[in-house]
Design a protein around this ligand. Sequence first.
Ligand code: IVH
Length: 667
Amino acid sequence: MEVQRISELRSLLHEYNNLYYVQNAPVVSDQEFDALMHELQALEQRHPECFDPNSPTQRVGSDLSQKDGFVQVKHKYAMLSLDNTYSEADVTEFYNRVSRELGEPFRICCELKFDGLSISLTYKHGELVRAVTRGDGVMGDDVTDNVRTIRSIPLRLRPNSGFPDEFEIRGEVLMPWNSFNALNAKKQEEGEPLFANPRNAASGTLKQQNPQIVAERGLDAYLYYLLGADVEGNSHINNLLAAQKWGFKISGHIKVCDTLQQVLDFLDYWDQARKSLPVATDGVVLKVDSLSQQEELGFKSKSPKWAIAYKFHAERVATRLNSVSYQVGRTGIVTPVANLEPVQLAGTVVKRATLNNADFINAFDLYIGDMVYVEKGGEIIPKICGVDYDSRSFLIGDKVRFISTCPECGAKLVRYDGESATYCSNTENCPSQLKGRIEHFIQRKAMDIEGIGSETIDLLFSKGLVRTYFDLYKLNMQDLCYLEGFADKSARMLVHSIEESRKVPFERVLFAMGIRFVGQTTAKTLARKFRSIHNLSCAGFEELKATQDVGERIAQSIVDFFKANPDIENRLKSVGLQTELPESDNMEAGGDKLKDMTIVISGVFSHHSRDEYKAIIESHGGKNSGSISSKTTFVLAGENMGPAKREKAAQLGVPVRSEDEFLEMIK
Ligand code: IVH
C-alpha cells in the first residue's frame, strides 16, 4: 500500500512541479503541494528501499559535500560552441552563405542567447540520469546532484508524452536577475565579494560542492538543442516543441523566419526588449531549422556551419582614467576605484568605476591618463572592461600600482592566502574601519537608528565624540546641539532613536555587531540556536560549524571575534542592549491575523528572508501563493518587486503592501 502511494505521490508531485515551474500555471496551492511533499518524505523515510535520486523530495539537495570535486565524463556528442558576430552585416553574410550552399529555400530559427552556462542532460526511460557541464567541449564535470535541485529541469518526464527511450538535451543554466540581486545583496551584507554578473553567479553556483546551497540560489534553465532523438518533422523547432510536451522549459521567444528581413527585425526588436526580461541574454542564436539542411551544411572543427551567434552590444564607452583612489570598508577590505573623465553611459553620467582588486589592476597594466572602456552590462557598478593601448602617448602618467599602506591610517596592507582582497591590518584604530562599523551598526536592517548618516558619523568622529558604536549611547542633547548643522529638533530625534534602539531584538543586535561574514540571516539562525550572546561567545568552533548555514569560515570568524572582544557581553549590557532572545520568542506563536488571506511575496526584503516571511504568513493563518490572481488578498512587496508583477497587481486591483506595513499589520 505505502509503496504504491510513494509512486503515486511522486507522479503527482512531478506533474505539479512541471505546471508550476515550467508552465507557470499552478493547479494546486503551495500548501497542498507541501502537504503532499511531507507525506512523501515521511513515507520515503519509512521505506529506504524505495530511494530514488529523482524523487521530488530530492530537489532540496543533500548537504553532503562532494568532497573530492566532480567526476569528469566524456560527452557522447562533443559540445561545440558558436561563431560570434557583432553586426547586421555579418548576419547578412551568414544568411547569404547558407543560401548559396543550400541552393534551396530554408528557414532560420531565431532564439535568444541566454547568458549562463551550458549543460547537457541525458534521459533514459524518461528519467534524468546525468547532467554534465561543457568543460572543454569533449570532457565535462558531472554535476547531476546539483542540477537535480533546479526545479525547472524535469527529473522525470511527463508520462505518455511520447519521449524517446534515450536522448540528450542541451540548454543553459542561468540565474534570473531577482535571484542574482538577492544573492549579491546577501553577499554584500556579509562583507563578501559580489558576483560581477548572473553568468558568473550561475557558474559559481553550479560548481558548488554542496547541492543544498545550489538549491537555495534559485537557478533556472532553458533547453535549446535536442540530440540523439528521432522526432517527427525533421525540424529544430519541432524538436523543441516536442521537448516542451515532454516537460522541458523552452523559451517562449523563438521565431522561425522565412526571410533575412524577418531575422534582422528579430535582432532589432530584442536589442531593446531583452532589457525587460527576467534573465540575462547577450545575443541571438540563428539556426537553420531543417535538420537535413543542417546535416548538409555540416560542421567546422569547433562550431556548426548551420548556426551563428549574434551578440548584442554591451553598453560601453571610452573615457580617460584621471586617478585611482582607495576605499577602506568596515572589514578593512581596500577597494580601488577609478576616477574617470565624466561620461554618459546607458542613461547616467559615470564618473567612477570599480577596479575590484590588485590582480585586476595588474591584469590591465594600467597607467594614469589611459583611455579605458567602461561597461554597464546589467551589473550594479560600472566596470572597466578594457584599455585602448593604441592610444597611449608618451605623455601618459604613472603606472597604477596598488598601494601598500592604508590611505586612511597609514598601516600596512595585507593579503591572505587564497583571497583576492587586500586588507588594512589596523582593525583597532583605522578611522575608516571604525566609522564603517558604526555605519553598519546604525543601518535600518540592524539597529535602525534614524537621524544619522555617514556625514554625521564623520563629524562625531572628528570631534572625538564617538569611536565605537558603544559611544553612541553616551551622546546627549548638549553634545549634539554644539555640532555644526544640528538643530534642536534633529538632536532630539537622534537621541530618541538611539534610546529606542535598546529595544531592538537580540538577533538584530548580533547582526549589527559586525562579525565578519555574519549577515542578517546567519545572525538570526545563530540567535535562535544559541539564544544569548553569552552562549554564543562560549560556543566552540565545532559547535558553531554544526549550525545550519555556518561553514568553517563563518565559525572561525565568530571564534576570532569573541577572542578579540572578550568583554563584548558586558559592554552590550552596560549600554542596555538586548543580549538574549526572550523566552516567548518563537515564530510559531503567530495567531490568526492573516486568516483566509492569500498572499504573494515578491522582491528582496530587509528584516526577514523570503522563507521567513512565508513561515510568518503561515504561522498567522495565511496562505502563500506564487502568482498573483484575483484571489490574492495582497502582495507583500520587497525592494525590487518586478515590474510585471506590479502591473498585474494593478490590473487586478490587488493591493501592494510594503514590508513595514506588513510587519505593522501582524504586530
Ligand atoms: S545552440 C551547436 N542556443 O551559447 C549549437 N546556444 O557560444 C549549440 N547559448 O555554448 C548551441 N543560448 O552555452 C544555443 N538559444 C541558444 C543558446 C545557446 C545560449 C550558449 C551555449 C553555447 C554558447 C555558444
